[in-house]
Design a protein around this ligand. Structure first.
Ligand SMILES: [Zn+2]
Length: 234
């Protein structure tokens, strides 16, 4: 048989079209809907990802997690319908189960902005790149449990802080300022108002030595005199 150049071209085009079609039919139509959240830690020294996740939950983001769980369930329902209507039921079912990844459904990444430089024609220009420096993946139940544990301590601090053996170390400048503002620079015993903060102390209502935590509900502003009286009594 004699084939012209045109026939060969048409055969090639036909082959390409058929293989594209086959590829589209055979490839998995399922793509697992992961929840991805990125923490930008550019200005933090060495944060723990679990602390960041706790703070994320403390900032009332658990509703997002719940909403996403509903979304995953809806997605699964839709996939099942798709499988039912498909001509290759068993093949699609296998693809569906292969793409399920409930154990890693929630993914938290820590990213850092880095400045890099490029030199062109003797001119140095800077540009930013985002680099992933840490990752944590978990399932929905893990976050539910974590959120319940945080609720038990009234979302006052992260779980690591709550269980820390060194509660005094957790007394930071920020928490001092927070308590001063909350208590309006006023001694909570005698009512003395000292806006310059000098002579005011942050007191643990239940002392650290008796298991008191460095959390807002266990802290109060006292003047030196009242603070001295309190420690003499206890
Ligand atoms: Zn006082």
């Amino acid at each position: 048989m004699y084939l012209t150049d045109y026939t060969i071209i048409w055969i090639l085009i036909g082959l390409v079209v058929i293989s594209c079609g086959l590829y589209l039919i055979l490839k998995s139509p399922f793509c697992y809907p992961y929840y991805v959240y990125r923490f930008d830690i550019s200005r933090k020294r060495k944060p723990e990802i679990m602390d960041l996740i706790d703070k994320f939950l403390i900032d009332n983001h658990f509703s997002q997690i719940q909403r996403h769980n509903l979304y995953i369930m809806q997605w699964k329902d839709e996939c099942r319908k798709k499988i039912e209507n498909s001509r290759f039921k068993n093949y699609r079912k296998r693809q569906f189960y292969a793409c399920l990844d409930d154990e890693n459904a929630y993914q938290f990444c820590m990213t850092r902005q880095q400045t890099r430089y490029r030199q062109r024609n003797y001119v140095k220009t800077s540009y930013q790149v985002t680099q992933e420096v840490g990752k944590f993946a978990c399932n929905y139940n893990f976050l539910c449990t974590r959120n319940n544990q945080l609720r038990e301590i009234n979302y006052e601090c992260t779980l690591r802080e709550y269980h820390s053996k060194n509660q005094r170390k957790l007394m930071t400048k920020e928490i001092r300022r927070k308590i001063m503002i909350r208590d309006k620079y006023t001694c909570q015993y005698c009512g003395k108002y000292m806006p310059d903060e000098v002579g005011l102390h942050i007191d643990h209502i239940i002392p650290v030595s008796k298991g008191g935590k460095t959390i807002p509900s266990n802290l109060q502003v006292l003047c030196s005199k009242c603070n001295g009286n309190k420690s003499n009594k206890s």
